[in-house]
Design a protein around this ligand. Sequence first.
Ligand code: FAD
Length: 699
Amino acid sequence: MCCDSKRRFLLLYATQKGQAKAIAEEIWQQAGAHGLEADIHCISEMDKYNLETERDPVVIVISTTGTGDPPDTARKFVKKIQDTTLPPDHFAHLQYGLLGLGDSEYMFFCNGGKTVDRRLQELGAQRFYDTGLADDCVGLELVVDPWIDGLWLALKEALLLQKEKEGMNNLVDAVTSSPPPAPHVVHELNLSSEVQNLKLEDEGAKSSDVLSQKVDDVNLVAPARNTQPSLVNSVPPLSQSALNIPALPPEYIEVQFQGPHGENPHLSSLISEETTFEVPVTKAVQLTREDAIKTALLLELDISDTVFDYQPGDAFCVICPNNANEVEELLHILGLSEKGDDFICVKVKQGTKKKGASRPQYIPERSTLKFILTWCLEIRAVPKKAFLRALVECTSNAGEKRRLQELCSRQGASDYMHFIRDSNVCFLDLLRAFPSCKPSLNLLIEHLPKLQARSYSVSSSNLYQPGKLCFVFNIVEFPACPARLISRKGVCTGWLAELVAPLLHPSKNTLNTKGESFSTEKISIFPRPNNTFHLPADPSVPFIMVGPGTGVSPFIGFLQHRQKLREQHIDWEFGETWLFFGCRHQDRDYLFKQLRCFLENGTLTHLKVCFSRDSSTAEVAPPKYVQDVIRLYAKEVAKVLLEEKGYFYICGDKKHMADGVSDAVVDILSMEMEADRLEAMKILAMLREEKRYLQDVWS
Ligand code: FAD
């Protein structure tokens, strides 16, 4: 799309789960109100823009995925700019501003953005605005909102600079002197001004009216005896504060109900560019004892009738539905219980004020209402402030309305963080807490994100078990809390656990003629190959695996594969293998006791285990965590990494384990090389660069 060159900037987004795209669209939307126009493109659409010739400022919004990788959509772009033959002034003509999205719980926070930022700098591009790094762990909006606020002035200055360079000062004046916007711009400004200021100061009769109205409202939600704030309850000063609330997002989806006749689309149509396979679950094993804190299950899938292929170390995705009871409850709240099986047609609302509105790709144009609520929308998502803002309009009780306004206002930012985000309050929780809120269906489609398929690491080898794919997972449990009175299970793991219950607890109906349990349940999966987390190409190279809890899962695949290779190639040389495994209790959650078999047949050379919750009577307490055990083998670990050019793999919990293990490795390197910590950290960075220190971590 071509914009007026006086006010144009190029806006690129690189998104994995849609957040970077949504933020870029927000910027695009707001640009008009600032007298600017953006050419917006996904960074992968390289035929639609050209940074080599781009003269206008460029704004890039980019997220991070995997272990610090740029999103898949940015791979080609990153590869292109990383071409080492490019001269250092390749982008000397370019002015850019970059907003990176990430999660500080992961190693390499915002690395996608940092990589692009660094490379653009190396190639001579100039930042016209400080790079923003937003952290999903504490709330992206904490950085995103002020970054966007400041963007407009910076863009105008960048445009001025650009035009000055081009000797077009006459045109620049039009932008910098901020003339009264053209009539259509004024219109947009009113509609999309970033905050709709509900000023309650005594500024005259009108405002005072508003004030008394609001105070009355507050009394409804916060009776005098309620002095503690909660999701539904606010206390002074917030309850009496003037509020700056976001502008009401324009509605853009229209839903038409049709009859009950038709056929729902295939699940594969919900996944872009992927091939999905519907495969039977052939086995389910509970790996933990009933009294273990978490329940781990191993599932075996039969992929023999498909072309699904994998290598040990790969992950794959499971397409999962929302919980059926939650879908029913939602239908009930929406007043659509009777219409769940009716087909609906989802279209962009005619005359919508939302710029560039389009039907989300993951929403079929025609399907039943239940299909959309079950397979397409993440109904457990934590509602964003824009959604809360939209919900205000559908809430009839004045007290509830005020509280929702507070929760999406600037003044209520910490209440939002505390009572919604940190408490993982989902949309359904909110509807339960605010019973007079009756949103229309189009709002759900506009504001709820895509229901993501969940990833799992493969825990088998196709050499060892041809035609089978195994994986291991913990059933995620969320206990009840003040904001949510009922406990619940993870969307995918809860569903899988229910699905395979007949295999775990066989009854007469689920036993075949041989007395074995069987199931006819199928699940839809698609590949998510891992480019690096694989066995070393050279089998003679030693490697170390660190996989506590379900993190051991891909290493079972590694070891199965290695065992088969040893059987098939008796003349090959095989390097030593180390596995550090840990769990809470030796008796309750030692997931794979058969690790001993790998040890006994020589596939595994060293197995080191620890149990964090078992009490010990030993004089010297045994190590509790894998990182503690690794430290006991400092010399051996250093030898594998430094002398034998070996590999180090970590898999499992990112929050508590992976950082601890990295710390231990840095200490080991520093000790064994008699170098300071900084030097040791550089060595670790080098090992990562050489892809010899590899992580596959998840929360
Ligand atoms: P969800 O419903 O998605 O909930 C899980 C997360 O949502 C929580 O961790 C938390 O962040 C948040 N959450 C939602 N509600 C609440 C609440 N009320 N309180 C607190 N937090 C809440 N997992 C395995 O078990 N085994 C594997 O082999 C494995 N491999 C993976 C490989 C990769 C590459 C990746 C990215 C992830 C992997 N995972 C693995 C994690 C897996 O994809 C899922 O995230 C996990 O199984 C939970 O899915 P779920 O739908 O059951 O839970």
